[in-house]
Design a protein around this ligand. Structure first.
Ligand code: ADP
Length: 551
C-alpha cells in the first residue's frame, strides 16, 4: 500500500532525490499521460478526429516534448532552462484544443499542467504565474485571430475564463509552494543547526575521550547508583591489578584493596567508589591495590556531580599511581633513620666525654672554655640528630601520666632563660598555679622547648616572649607569643610541613632544619589536641596548643 501511495503522491523525498532530468520527465508525465488517454479515447470513440491535421500535430509535438525531456542533458544547461518545456507545452495543448474543435470540449483545461509546473518551480515566482496566464490567453486568442473571422469582443471574451482560471490556479500554487519552501527552509536551517550541534558534541566527546585516555591517571565516572559511565584506559589497567587471583575479571566491589601501608584489608564502607556513591567529595585518600609484588599505591580523589537543578548525577573518581613517590619517601625515611642512627652513637660519646672531662680538677680556663664549646655544640647536634631520627621513624608509643602543664611551662622557661638572656629577650609567664592534664610530660616538654626556642631564635634583641597557660571546658591551652620577625600569610600556612623554613628565616640565615614544628604538631595531635599558628610578617607570631585535660 505504501508503495502505491508513494507512487501516486510522488513521494516528495523520492522526487527530490531524482536527477534534474528525472524531475523534468516526472513533471512532464502528467500532461503526456493525459494526452495519451485522450489519444486512446479518440481511437475508440472519435476515430475520424485522428485525420484532423492539427490534432495529429498536437500529438506529435506532445511526443517530441516528452522525448526532449528525456534527451536533453538538463544538468549541463543553466539551471532554470528546463522551464522552456512547460512554456512549449502550451503549443500541443493549443493545437489539440483547436484540432478537437467541438468533438472534445475542455481540452484547454490541460493548460493546468504547465501552469502548475511553472508556478511550483519556485523560479521567478511572480513572472512564472504571469507567463502561465499570458500563455493560456495566447493559446485561446491566437485561434480567434487566425480564424479569419472578424475579431469582436464576444469572440475574445468567450474563452477568457480559461486564462483567468489558470491565473487563479497559478497564484494558488505559487502561494502554497512559497509557504512549503519557507517551511522547508526553516526545517533545513533547524536541521543544519542540529547537525552542527551534533557534530560539535561529537567533537567534544572525541576530545574528552582523547584527553581522558591520554592522562596517566585512572579516571572512573559513575552514576548515582554506582554504575560505570566512563572508565579510561589507565583505569582499566589499574582495575586489572586489583582483580583477585584466579579470576579473569571482577566487579569493583571484589577488587583487592588495602589500607595502612598495604597490610590491612580496606573496609567496604571506606572503598573510594562506595564513598563516592554516598556523595562524598575527597582527595589524596591513599589505598593499596592488589597483592605484592604487583601491589600499587593509589592516591584517590572523588568529586560529585550535580545537574542544573542540584540533583546528584554521580561522581568522578581519579586514581593516581603514587607507588614510586611512596617508595621514594620510604627510602628517604630509611636513609634519614640510618644516617641519624650512625651519627647518634659517636655524638653521644663525644658529648659524654666532654661532660666527664669538664669535671676534672685543675683544668686551665682555656681548656674549660673549649670543653664547654664541645659540649654545647655536641648537645645541639644530638638534638638535630634526634629530630631527624624521630621524623624518619616516628615516636615510640606515648607514655601518658598525670602532669601539671603549669609546671612544665615553668621548667621549659627556666631551661630557655640562659639563651634568652644572651639574646636580651625577656620571657613572661602568665599561668594559673596548676594546670592538670593527662599527657606524656617528656613529649609536651619537647613541644614547649621547641616553641620557646623558636620564639627566641626568630626575635631580635630587646623583644618579649609571653607564655600563657589556661584551662577551659575540659581543655588546657598554652600560647607562646613573640613580637619577632613573624611570617607572611603563605608561610604561616606551611609552617607545620616537614623541612619547611619561612622565606624570612632563610634570608636572615638563622640556622634550623624545619623539623621542630612538624614533630610538635605530631606530638600534640597524637594527644588528641591541636597546634595552630597565627603570624604577621614584621610583627610577631603566636603558637597555640590545646590538650584534652583527660586524654
Ligand atoms: P627550624 O626552626 O629548625 O627551622 P621549625 O619546624 O621549628 O624548624 O620551624 C619551621 C619554620 O617556621 C622556621 O624555619 C621559621 O621559618 C618558622 N618559624 C617557626 N617559629 C617561628 C616564630 N616564632 N617566628 C617566626 N617564624 C617562625
Amino acid at each position: 500500500m505504501d508503495k502505491v501511495l508513494d507512487f501516486l503522491t510522488f513521494n516528495r523525498v523520492k522526487f527530490h532525490n531524482l536527477s534534474l532530468r528525472g524531475r523534468v520527465v516526472m513533471s512532464q508525465l502528467p500532461l503526456s499521460a493525459t494526452m495519451l488517454v485522450l489519444f486512446i479515447g479518440t481511437i475508440i470513440f472519435h476515430a475520424p478526429l485522428l485525420a484532423e491535421p492539427l490534432f495529429r500535430l498536437s500529438l506529435l509535438t506532445g511526443v517530441v516534448l516528452l522525448l526532449a525531456c528525456f534527451a536533453i542533458p538538463w544538468d549541463r544547461l543553466p539551471y532554470p532552462s528546463f522551464l522552456i518545456i512547460p512554456l512549449l507545452d502550451f503549443i500541443p495543448i493549443g493545437l489539440m484544443r483547436e484540432g478537437a474543435g467541438d468533438v472534445l470540449t475542455g481540452i484547454g483545461m490541460l493548460a493546468v499542467f504547465p501552469v502548475i509546473w511553472l508556478a511550483a518551480s519556485g523560479q521567478f515566482p511572480r513572472l512564472s504565474v504571469l507567463v502561465g496566464a499570458v500563455a493560456t490567453l495566447l493559446m485561446v486568442w491566437i485561434p480567434v485571430f487566425a480564424s479569419g473571422d472578424p475579431v469582436n469582443l464576444a469572440a475574445l471574451t468567450g474563452p477568457i475564463l480559461i486564462p483567468f482560471m489558470m491565473l487563479a490556479i497559478g497564484i494558488t500554487v505559487h502561494v502554497m509552494t512559497a509557504s512549503m519552501m519557507e517551511q522547508q527552509r526553516v526545517v533545513e536551517s533547524k536541521d543544519a543547526e542540529l547537525r552542527g550541534l551534533l557534530e560539535a558534541s561529537g567533537r567534544r566527546e572525541r576530545l574528552l575521550k582523547t584527553v581522558v585516555d591520554t592522562v596517566d591517571v585512572g579516571v572512573l565516572a559513575i552514576d548515582e547508583n554506582g554504575n560505570d559511565v566512563l572508565m579510561n584506559r589507565r583505569q582499566h589497567q589499574i582495575h586489572r591489578i586489583g582483580v583477585p587471583n584466579g579470576l579473569a575479571d571482577a566487579a569493583e566491589a571484589d577488587l583487592v584493596l588495602f589500607t595502612d601501608g598495604g597490610s590491612l584489608p580496606l573496609p567496604a564502607e571506606a572503598r573510594p567508589a562506595v564513598r563516592a556513591i554516598r556523595g562524598e567529595t575527597f582527595s589524596d585518600f591513599l589505598i593499596w591495590i592488589g597483592q605484592p609484588p604487583q601491589q600499587r599505591v593509589l592516591s584517590t580523589s572523588a568529586q560529585s556531580m550535580s545537574d542544573s537543578t542540584g540533583r546528584r548525577e554521580g561522581s568522578v573518581l581519579a586514581f593516581n599511581d603514587v607507588t614510586d613517590l611512596v617508595s621514594a619517601l620510604n627510602a628517604k625515611d630509611d636513609f634519614l633513620s640510618n644516617v641519624s642512627h650512625e651519627l647518634r652513637t659517636p655524638l653521644t660519646s663525644i658529648h659524654g666525654y666532654a661532660e666527664l672531662l669538664t669535671m676534672t680538677d685543675d683544668l686551665p680556663p682555656n681548656v674549660i672554655a673549649g670543653l664547654d664549646v664541645i659540649r654545647r655544640n655536641s648537645d645541639q647536634l644530638l638534638k638535630i640528630v634526634n629530630d631527624l631520627l624521630n621524623t624518619a621513624t616516628g615516636y615510640a608509643e606515648l607514655q601518658p601520666a598525670r602532669a601539671d602543664l603549669a609546671r612544665l611551662i615553668h621548667q621549659a622557661v627556666a631551661a630557655a632563660e640562659p639563651r634568652a638572656a644572651v639574646a636580651k629577650i625577656q620571657i613572661l609567664i602568665n599561668t594559673p598555679a596548676k594546670l592538670d592534664v593527662e599527657c606524656d610530660p617528656g613529649r609536651i616538654r619537647q613541644v614547649l622547648d621547641n616553641l620557646l626556642s623558636n620564639a627566641i631564635k626568630y626575635s631580635s634583641s630587646g623583644a618579649t616572649v609571653k607564655v600563657h597557660g589556661s584551662a577551659q571546658n575540659g581543655t588546657v591551652r598554652c600560647q607562646v607569643v613573640d613580637n619577632g620577625m613573624g611570617m607572611n600569610a603563605a608561610d604561616s600556612k606551611d609552617v607545620f610541613a616537614r623541612f619547611f623554613r619561612s622565606s624570612a628565616a632563610r634570608k636572615s640565615a638563622i640556622p634550623g632544619l624545619g623539623l621542630g614544628l612538624a614533630l610538635s604538631k605530631d606530638i600534640i595531635e597524637r594527644h588528641g589536641g591541636t597546634l595552630t599558628c597565627t603570624s604577621t610578617l614584621g610583627e610577631g607570631s603566636a603558637f597555640t596548643f590545646t590538650l584534652p585535660a583527660n586524654s
